[in-house]
Ligand binder design. Structure first.
Ligand SMILES: Nc1nc2c(ncn2[C@@H]2O[C@H](COP(=O)(O)OP(=O)(O)OP(=O)(O)O)[C@@H](O)[C@H]2O)c(=O)[nH]1
Length: 760
């Protein structure tokens, strides 16, 4: 990031400490100066009460307004002096140059701030499908999330994906219907789409006052109050909360009373404790039910994930953000309310999860950690369970987007940024020492025994790892000169530590470095970052599709490897059978005939399996990974003294022989496609899709737009964003996501093979 941009960000940061509100400061400020100021203040800053912490993510479809909402949140919570704007490229959380230029979020950014006595750690996540892994990584460390919707579009393609991800990690959510000021915004439409498409039960905590151009504010259904923003207050700080009265707002009061009664009934249906209360004391008159009782029940229901509170507003027009902040602290859970089963094994000892790594030129790798139990301090030696190594944290920082504040220690429930860890990567579990891991493992095992079952409790001391999706695109990358190859290797190594969805390999035939990524945008951004952050002008080869291969019939092959190296003879004879399966996996199924399995040494077995896996990474047609293949080892004769490398080599060669003999098939990535287009442009879009082997499943109507849903082979979608922009004068949007790998038809397959072998 360039210096002037850092200065712009800094200008908007306030130095709060002397005034006593909270801890925000300029980076590099000496922490001991704070101590002299106010010891009590420092205590709440570093050791906030667990029940007053909220670890929250913001998630949504691309362009729903996550970054704009985050900017408003930072402004109203007092951490920025002015409102950042995505369109002006000066937001705090989108701090990478590419994010600011393109107006999109690429990396998630962690931001820490306080709101009405609560500590909120907030993570702004990307909406573009190419960066899904970034969302997945962050969701795992959150206790709750705000799902932001464009109120004119309701649930969109990527909303469904992130919603499913949040379901997987059992994250309680609230919904924020943003863009209520936009033409076509409809509260009812958006609520219906939440009900229908997400199969969620919306709890309407607010009703809008006006919609689109007439949007003025909202009604707080629980308190029956009207929240209106002063049109003369440019920054939206100034708004008034007025009780709804029969005299001034008879219609709105009637509508709100009905909505409140419906809300009470809905919550009572989902929460027995609340149902008892309502049916007992308040059955005659719901108006007498205190707001706090209803809010507490909504908190329980949100935590149980049986329903989702829904709020509305317009981040761009500065309306509805303060009530959203209140809802975050009121309804989303604190860390102690999430039931993390593994914590009981640590008994208060340190247990943290590294969920993101950033490379900083001066400070080296910066590792973001969610602390689940215990405390992290600067200069602390920690043990990394996954890498089985001990390393030392040199400094501890509180992350404030691209600004960091140095602190001496941080307690459980918080998100910390550590400096000095050289070996830790995304997904690693961090504890205080090796003996602490062993103690936790013993407790876990005892628990397993008590339950009288074969248990893998001990494994659970490792927090779940991130599933890394298979990349669908690849291309070669070349440095400006051979002398710069080591610099390129270094840059790619650093970028890979930050972004596990980026894969790098060396083509065994050409020796070229190959980048594999999640999409065109992903690879483009990596290329750009190598130039800007590492000063290397690299050349990308043409973007290619990551095909896979499979076989259609069973084939047997035998092979013998007989080689004498020095005075040692290495002799192996092997017979294998390859056959198709239906696993949808690139990991081959490996089986042993009974006669082989019985007395196979563990080292020989490892050598065999390594040989099989390595050969399955490069199929015989295109050199692409093999999918849906099972390999059976029928016989194996190993001469005494034969090395494991020779066993591996012989098995590899034999499997390769069998794969070559079989009938082979290329598999291509098939994508889920969703295009949102105005009615006027629907015909040209459909005509174009027909030429791209598109298979249209459904055309929905969404307000004034048509939504085309279907499948299309990825190979047909290269550069589609430019084509769609031209076809629709820039009015359409689309989302593309991997659905599955499908068999290519014989004609397309032979065209592809001819092209690859240079025949056409
Ligand atoms: N009319 C209107 N436009 C909004 C509102 N909030 C955001 N926008 C605009 O919508 C566009 C996208 O906003 P962002 O905040 O970047 O959305 P995002 O969800 O962070 O986008 P990604 O990070 O790229 O996924 C920008 O042009 C914003 O100015 C709103 O409340 N009303």
């Amino acid at each position: 990031m360039c210096f002037c941009k850092i200065r712009t960000s800094l200008k908007r940061l306030k130095l709060h400490v002397p005034l006593g509100r909270n801890y925000s400061s300029l980076p590099g400020t000496n922490i001991f100066w704070f101590y002299k100021c106010n010891v009590h203040l420092i205590t709440c800053v570093f050791f906030p009460l667990l029940n007053r912490i909220r670890n929250i993510g913001i998630m949504a479809h691309i362009d729903a307004g996550k970054t704009t909402t985050t900017e408003r949140i930072l402004y109203y919570s007092g951490y920025t002096r002015s409102l950042g704007d995505v369109d002006d490229g000066d937001t705090v959380t989108d701090f990478m140059a590419q994010e600011r230029e393109r107006g999109i979020t690429i990396q998630s950014a962690a931001v820490t701030f306080d709101w009405k006595g609560y500590r909120v750690n907030l993570i702004d996540t990307p909406g573009h499908v190419d960066f899904t892994l970034e969302v997945e990584r962050c969701l795992r460390v959150l206790d709750g999330a705000v799902a932001v919707f464009d109120a004119s579009a309701g649930v969109e393609a990527q909303t469904l994906t992130v919603w499913r991800q949040a379901d997987k990690h059992k994250i309680p959510r609230i919904c924020f219907l943003n863009k209520m000021d936009k033409t076509g915004a409809s509260f009812n439409y958006a609520v219906e789409s939440i009900r229908e498409k997400l199969k969620a039960k919306p709890l309407l905590l607010q009703l809008p006052v006006g919609e689109a151009k007439t949007f003025k504010g909202m009604v707080d259904v629980i308190n029956k109050e009207k929240l209106l923003w002063n049109p003369n207050s440019g920054d939206g700080k100034d708004f008034e909360r007025k009780p709804l009265l029969e005299t001034s707002d008879p219609e709105l009061l009637k509508e709100t009373t009905e909505a409140r009664n419906a809300l009470i009934e809905q919550v009572a249906d989902l929460d027995d404790e609340f149902a008892d209360l309502v049916l007992g004391e308040f059955s005659e008159n719901f108006d007498l039910l205190p707001a706090e009782k209803l809010q507490t029940a909504i908190h329980r229901v949100t935590l149980a994930q049986t329903a989702v509170p829904v709020l509305c507003g317009s981040a761009l027009k500065n309306k509805g953000i303060q009530p959203l902040l209140d809802a975050i602290t009121m309804y989303l859970p604190s860390p102690e309310e999430r039931n993390y089963e593994f914590l009981k094994w640590y008994k208060g000892d340190l247990c943290a999860l590294a969920f993101k790594v950033l490379h900083d030129k001066q400070r080296g790798p910066l590792v973001f950690m969610r602390i689940y139990s215990g405390m992290i301090k600067s200069h602390l030696a920690i043990h990394n369970i996954n890498r089985d190594c001990t390393e030392r944290i040199s400094r501890l920082l509180l992350p404030f987007a691209d600004q960091h504040i140095e602190i001496p220690s941080l307690t459980s429930g918080n998100i910390a940024l550590t400096v000095g860890l050289k070996h830790t990567v995304t997904g690693d579990t961090i504890v205080s020492s090796k003996s602490s891991t062993l103690a936790a493992a013993r407790r876990a095992e005892r628990e397993g025994e008590k339950k009288h079952k074969q248990s893998n409790e001990a494994e659970k001391i490792l927090l779940a790892g991130v599933e890394i999706p298979e990349p669908v695109f690849f291309c070669t990358i070349e440095p400006p000169s051979v002398a710069k190859q080591p610099d390129l290797d270094h840059a790619l190594k650093c970028l890979q530590r930050e972004d596990p969805s980026l894969k790098v390999r060396v083509d065994p035939d050409s020796g070229q470095t190959v980048l594999c990524g999640m999409g065109e945008l992903h690879i483009e951004i990596i290329h750009d970052r190598i130039k800007r952050e590492y000063g290397l002008e690299t050349y990308l080869g043409p973007l290619q599709i990551a095909y896979r291969e499979t076989i259609l019939n069973s084939v047997r092959a035998t092979d013998t490897l007989d080689r004498t190296l020095g005075d040692k003879r290495h002799l192996v004879t092997v017979e294998v059978e390859t056959r198709p399966t239906e696993t949808s996996s690139v990991m081959p199924v490996i089986e042993y005939a009974e006669s082989v399995g019985e007395d196979l040494l563990k080292v020989s077995q490892e050598a065999i399996e390594n040989g099989i896996r390595s050969v399955c990474l490069q199929g015989p047609l295109l050199g692409s990974p093999m999918q849906d293949v099972a390999i059976t080892l029928h016989s194996l004769i190993i001469h005494p003294g034969t090395s494991t490398t020779m066993i591996s080599a012989c098995v590899s060669r034999c499997v390769q022989k069998a794969l070559k003999k079989a009938n082979k098939q290329v598999l291509e990535p098939l994508m889920n496609l969703e295009i949102t287009v105005t009615k006027d442009y629907l015909s040209p879009v459909l005509a174009d899709l027909a030429q791209r082997r598109g298979n249209i499943q459904e055309i929905q109507t969404r307000q004034d737009n048509k939504v085309v849903i279907g499948f299309v082979p990825l190979a047909e979608m290269m550069g589609y964003s430019t084509v769609l922009r031209t076809l629709t004068s820039g009015s359409a949007t689309f989302a593309l996501e991997l659905s599955t790998y499908q068999a290519m038809n014989p004609q397309d397959q032979s065209t592809l093979l001819n092209r690859r072998s240079g025949l056409t």
